[in-house]
Design a protein around this ligand. Structure first.
Ligand code: VGL
Ligand code: ZN
Length: 197
């Protein structure tokens, strides 16, 4: 059983959004076309309360893309994005959301960020996705979405470490790429055992 995992194809990660990823909207139509080839389709949705601890605006004197030390380790600070219930948190209007079997939300705990679809950034708090996939007998995952070097990367590494057979369709992902983060993400995904296409 093979699932397509569509990571964070939301307005705030597309051109015009609060944390726009260059070309983020280009992947929407080809992702829709791919959905029919899988036994299951799962969408993830970055879903932060306002004032989330990953927002630079929540830390006096900090600007977006600066780093901060959280109890669980270093954390990049972001512009306010994907605030629960906002337009920016909605999926891109062209994405075929109706074809999803499951939508999993992440990043809803104020004090902890969650890039990965499987574990929050403390690398221990589960989102529940692993249990869903296993109980459906899903062993293989193809990952697409935004952004290659953050949420796709963390999701792919966790999935590979959990023992899923993971393929990242890099042509159906777009990256933020700060300070070599894309190259580092590629290395990390390959080391974890994910295949990059
Ligand atoms: C993401 C930064 C902050 C992502 C989410 O979807 O890659 N990046 N929140
Ligand atoms: Zn986020």
């Amino acid at each position: 059983m093979h699932a397509l995992i569509v990571i964070d194809v939301q307005n705030d990660f597309c051109p015009g959004g609060a944390l726009a990823v260059s070309g983020g909207d280009e992947i929407v139509a080809p992702i829709n076309e791919l959905m029919g080839e899988f036994d299951a389709v799962v969408l993830t949705q970055d879903w932060h309360p306002s004032g989330h601890s990953s927002f630079a605006s929540s830390h006096t004197g900090k600007a977006p893309l600066e780093m901060i030390d959280m109890p669980y380790g270093p954390q990049v600070l972001w512009p306010d994005h994907c605030v629960q219930g906002s337009k920016g948190a909605e999926f891109h209007a062209g994405l075929q959301v109706n074809r999803a079997d499951l939508i999993i939300r992440k990043g809803f705990r104020p004090e902890i960020d969650s890039y990965s679809a499987f574990f929050e950034n403390d690398q221990t708090t589960p989102t529940g996705l692993e249990g869903y996939l296993r109980s459906r007998g899903i062993t293989d995952l193809t990952m697409v979405g935004l952004a290659t070097d953050f949420c796709v990367n963390f999701s792919a590494v966790d999935a590979a470490q959990l023992g899923f057979d993971v393929t990242v369709r890099e042509d159906l992902c777009r990256a933020i790429d700060i300070d070599g983060s894309l190259a580092a993400a590629r290395d990390g995904m390959i080391k974890a055992g994910a295949k990059i296409l």
